[in-house]
Design a binder for this molecule. Structure first.
Ligand code: SAM
Ligand code: SF4
Length: 382
């Protein structure tokens, strides 16, 4: 008998010690609201139980404790959430369990407790190894703390990824290239998520840029920095298996990222968490209520934290498959894109310009194509 289809689980922990000026995730200051947090864990368990009734049997391939700052949560709460996911679905032999962590939460005993809770992959928000850059980013740690956190992470977990942010104002390609190489040499991660600094509406950075205090990188510099990131990481043995994610070999690719890239289902619990669930053959989109109090009330009243669980039509499903698939080296199978009006002439034109490739029934974006992915998807789906 074949294994049931794969599913990932995303768990959103919204609390942070400090809110970073660039961040537009669904986050709250952690003010030690222990009762609310303990209730949230119970509600997330109930929410997952409700979603497991909808999905039926599945093979659990990834659990991702994201945020916010889930490394602030009590390890026993993480254990309860991981245990719940393992109980509700059938864990794959190589189940990946990731914890996002801020360097300030790195302590040997704490990391050991998270590992005992089932976490086998740490994703550390290093962002930069330069104190001035960390200060600009409003981080509550310096480069020394980030280095110590990475060392403790390597000791406690078999797999370690670091997040880095580039395209800071005035950051030249030379400077970023040197920073990136130093980070790879010093931190020895198996996986790097390299993000261009985004100035998102509603953030303190957006207000600062609006007041003319500083200017973000212009598109040409941002494109140069992106290209340099791909080249330097490639030369150091990291394959760019996803537009912002680089792994040292296939085994180091994040299964969590591949769930999105492959258009697989994921359950989601916690304030503002997004889910994709196939229920009786129809793909549904769910989004958790964003405020913890509303999320708790919703789970208390209906057993579900979703604001709505809506069926996606076949075209929306195919469009999402295209956009997320082309972010990865795996691309998307053409038969899953059949509901899009993919025009053979447009496809031929894009392949001639070496922006996409069709091989073995799959459409992929070339490295050149990934540089202009938004435009590419718009042309393909027009
Ligand atoms: C949601 S955060 C969680 C990690 C953890 N709270 C931390 O900050 O270390 C995940 C990652 O998203 C990235 N990120 C968040 N906002 C960003 C932005 N505006 N531009 C670029 N990267 C961003 C950061 O690299 C961050 O580590
Ligand atoms: S970047 Fe991380 S620590 Fe900073 S506010 Fe966002 S989630 Fe919280």
């Amino acid at each position: 008998m074949s294994a049931p289809p794969p599913i990932g689980v995303y768990l959103h922990w919204p609390y942070c010690a400090r809110i970073c000026p660039y961040c537009d995730f669904n986050v709250r200051r952690d003010r030690g609201q222990v009762e609310e947090q303990a209730s949230l864990v119970r509600a997330m368990v109930a929410d997952l139980e409700n979603q497991a009734r909808l999905t039926g049997p599945r093979t659990l391939v990834s659990v991702f404790l994201g945020g916010g700052t889930p490394s602030l949560m009590r390890p026993e709460w993480a254990a309860e959430l991981v245990e719940t996911a393992r109980r509700l679905w059938t864990p794959a032999a190589r189940l990946e369990v990731t914890l996002e962590a801020n360097p300030t939460d790195a302590e040997a005993e704490r990391f050991k407790a998270f590992a005992a809770a089932g976490v086998n992959r740490l994703s550390l928000g290093v962002q930069s190894l330069d104190d001035a850059e960390l200060q600009f980013l409003g981080r509550n740690h310096d480069a020394g703390a980030a280095r110590r956190a990475v060392a403790l992470g390597h000791a406690a977990f078999p797999r370690l990824s670091v997040d880095l942010i580039y395209a800071l104002p005035e950051q030249t390609p030379q400077l970023w290239g040197a920073r990136l190489e130093a980070a790879l040499a010093e931190l020895a991660p198996e996986h790097v998520s390299a993000y261009q600094l985004g100035v998102e509406p509603g953030t303190a950075f957006h207000r600062a840029v609006g007041r003319g205090i500083w200017s973000p990188a212009d598109p040409d510099r941002a494109a140069d920095l992106y290209q340099l990131t791909q080249d330097r990481l490639g030369r150091s043995g990291f394959d760019a298996y996803e537009i912002s994610n680089h792994a040292r070999g296939e085994a180091a690719r994040s299964r969590h990222n591949l769930v999105y890239g492959r258009g697989e289902d994921y359950a989601a619990a916690g304030p503002g968490a997004h889910a994709r669930l196939t229920v009786e053959g129809v793909r549904h989109s769910g989004m958790g209520r964003r405020r913890p109090a509303d999320y708790l009330r919703s789970v208390g009243e209906s057993g579900s934290g979703f604001e709505a669980l809506e069926a996606l039509d076949a075209r929306d499903t195919a469009l999402e498959r295209l956009i997320l698939g082309l972010r990865t080296v795996e691309g998307a199978p053409l038969d899953e894109l059949s509901r899009l009006p993919l025009n053979a002439g447009v496809l031929r034109g894009l392949s001639r310009r070496r922006l996409v490739q069709v091989r073995d029934g799959r459409l992929t974006a070339t490295p050149r194509g990934r540089l202009v992915l938004d435009r590419l998807c718009a042309e393909l789906a027009a």
